[in-house]
Design a protein around this ligand. Structure first.
Ligand SMILES: CC(C)(COP(=O)(O)OP(=O)(O)OC[C@H]1O[C@@H](n2cnc3c(N)ncnc32)[C@H](O)[C@@H]1OP(=O)(O)O)[C@@H](O)C(=O)NCCC(=O)NCCS
Length: 139
């Protein structure tokens, strides 16, 4: 499995559509995000993740999207995609990352916790659980 930075393209949109859900709750265009893709040994797109600067605090990064193709799930790919974005945010000089999950998204919550995120003190999104990681800590 290979993960790399890449522009959001038609293949990415197709992958997200596999689940019938484009995760469009975030109205900010894809061009304003940094995106990562994961491809398997055959070169097929099996994962996509994105993040963008926090809207109200330019020292922070919001982990906005993560999708793993059904056939590639259960092998820790989500955690690798979270770590890739955290490494990038740290290198860019951002001070913290945050995200939110539905309370039933057990896989996502486990992945975020495994990558060092903890329940957020600075962010609240009604109906969701917010998570954050200060980037002075190691992951
Ligand atoms: C959520 C998603 C990204 C997880 O990707 P993944 O690479 O398969 O994640 P993993 O299989 O490594 O699972 C992560 C953790 O959740 C656990 N897990 C997976 N499915 C689970 C379930 N149904 N119930 C409980 N735990 C589960 C795994 O055991 C793993 O825990 P661990 O790190 O303690 O071993 C993937 O299922 C997906 O794309 N779903 C649809 C889109 C979505 O929900 N995106 C996230 C929006 S917040």
């Amino acid at each position: 499995m290979r993960i790399r930075r890449a522009e959001f393209d038609a293949d990415c949109a197709d992958l997200l559509r596999q689940d019938g859900d484009l995760h469009s709750s975030d109205p900010i265009p894809w061009e304003h995000h940094a995106t990562w893709v994961a491809r398997n040994a055959e070169g097929e797109l099996v994962g996509i993740a994105a993040c963008r600067e926090d809207r109200s605090d330019p020292t922070g990064i919001f982990l906005s999207t993560c999708f793993v193709a059904p056939a590639a799930r259960g092998h820790g790919l989500q955690k690798r995609l979270i770590r890739a974005r955290i490494r990038w945010a740290r290198k860019q000089g951002y001070l913290w990352v945050w995200s939110y999950t539905a309370a039933f998204s057990v896989a996502s919550m486990r992945s975020l916790i495994a990558c060092g995120l903890r329940p957020s003190r600075r962010r609240a999104v009604p109906g969701y659980v917010c998570w954050e990681l200060p980037l002075c800590s190691k992951t």
